[in-house]
Design a protein around this ligand. Structure first.
Ligand code: HEC
Length: 146
């Protein structure tokens, strides 16, 4: 009798303990979920930053190289960007269309230091190819001979 009752009460106690520990662990579990959610959110944020920063950099800095690359097919854009400042948009300054293309290409590539500024900068040292220089020389000639 005693044994059974105590056994019952033990079982009951055990049941309560299980119930308590269960609810306790459930709380703990939901806390864990919350924390891991927060962690996941932080991880997501970090991932987003890590992925978007290179994209941001690409969009910002790729604009310029893309334009420079396009200069090969577009002497007009390069001329407007790099040459029109000194030569005017119509190549009316410091340019003599009577001189041969070879001379023009040579001056574009190597530059030419006159008596007083502005001086024609050499563009070979700035990464310009002879093809680009030829394109620009032809473009300037085109401006002079409509
Ligand atoms: C800082 C001003 C400046 C810039 C920028 C400039 N030039 Fe010149 N360029 C000159 C000057 C000044 C001369 C004349 C040099 C001389 O004969 O003493 C000249 C000469 C030339 C000549 C030779 C003209 C001739 O009849 O002898 C060509 C071709 C030329 N530039 C093309 C270009 C091109 C193409 C660009 C752009 C990629 C460019 N220049 C950018 C100032 C500039």
């Amino acid at each position: 009798m005693k044994c059974r009752t105590s056994g019952h009460s033990e079982r009951w106690k055990l049941g309560t303990m299980v119930a308590t520990s269960n609810s306790g662990s459930r709380k703990g579990f939901s806390k864990f979920i919350e924390e891991s959610n927060m962690k996941a959110n932080r991880t997501k944020l970090i991932a987003i930053i890590f992925f978007s920063v290179p994209f941001f950099l690409l969009t910002v800095f790729n604009v310029t190289p893309a334009k420079v690359g396009a200069a090969v097919d577009e002497p007009a854009a390069t001329y407007k960007a790099k040459c029109a400042v000194c030569h005017s948009p119509t190549a009316s300054k410091f340019y003599d269309a009577a001189k041969p293309d070879e001379h023009h290409v040579e001056v574009i590539m190597k530059g030419k230091k006159g008596e007083k500024p502005p001086f024609m900068p050499g563009f070979e040292s700035k990464g310009m190819t002879e093809g680009e220089a030829k394109g620009l020389a032809a473009y300037m000639r085109g401006l002079k001979t409509p």
